[in-house]
Design a protein around this ligand. Structure first.
Ligand code: 2DT
Length: 212
């Protein structure tokens, strides 16, 4: 049928500690792909524009308190409320560059001490990324970059725990890029893995769901 014969977009996820350069790299990647004429959008989680996103935003700004399990489920709900749109975009051929996804959800909540399997459960059935890129930087180096804001989680001790959680989530399919390289070198490596992934999706790699 028409849907399976036309090519789909790729779901590309960028993960990493705060200050690893994720947000600037996703912006640069977006611009590059867009300039090349690809159909591409730049997304991020949490998406603070939805009702759930506003609750998350207020929690992160320390303007509200929530039980660790409750906020975990809100982060997950925030992805669920975008799931159908995400699927629609991918099927219609748009590549999505997503700044944080379920891995942030699991890494940050399990860093607080929540059980990792419990953390993964609400993510089951969300779309699985075609590519996860981890921008690798030590918590100490990230902290040296400065610019931690006043949001919850933006502290060295906590980031160390998050780094540990990411390490246990990582699998061999992740592309790990040294985030301490120059902006241009990181960008170059990122483009390579992303273009390669877009090609496999274009050639008909099926979409799948978490957790594969
Ligand atoms: P930004 O600084 O990237 O806006 O992220 N977080 C994020 C979670 O705890 N769970 C999640 O599911 C997601 C997507 C990471 C805001 C903070 O929210 C954390 C940093």
């Amino acid at each position: 049928n028409k849907e399976s014969s036309s090519s789909r977009g790729a779901l590309i996820v960028l993960e990493g500690l705060d200050r690893c350069g994720k947000t600037s790299q996703s912006g640069r990647l977006y611009k590059y792909l867009d300039d090349q004429g690809h159909s591409v959008e730049s997304w991020r989680f949490p998406d603070r524009n939805t009702g759930v996103g506003q609750m998350i935003s207020s929690y992160l700004a320390n303007k509200s308190q929530l039980d660790d399990h409750a906020i975990h489920l809100l982060f997950s709900a925030n992805r669920w409320e975008k799931r159908s749109l995400m699927e629609e975009k991918l099927k219609s051929g748009t590549t999505l560059i997503v700044d944080r996804y379920s891995y942030s959800g699991v890494a940050f909540s399990s860093a607080k001490g929540l059980d990792i399997e419990w953390c993964k459960a609400p993510e089951i059935g969300l779309l699985a990324p075609d590519l996860v890129v981890y921008l690798d930087i030590s918590p100490e180096k990230a902290a040296e970059r400065g610019g931690y804001g006043d949001e919850r989680y933006e502290q060295l001790e906590f980031q160390k725990k998050v780094a540990g959680s990411y390490l246990s989530l990582r699998d061999s399919s992740w592309k790990v890029i040294d985030a301490t390289l120059s902006i241009e070198d990181v960008e170059k490596k990122l483009r390579e893995v992303v273009l390669d992934c877009m090609m496999t999706c274009h050639k008909g790699k099926p979409m799948s769901q978490l957790w594969p």
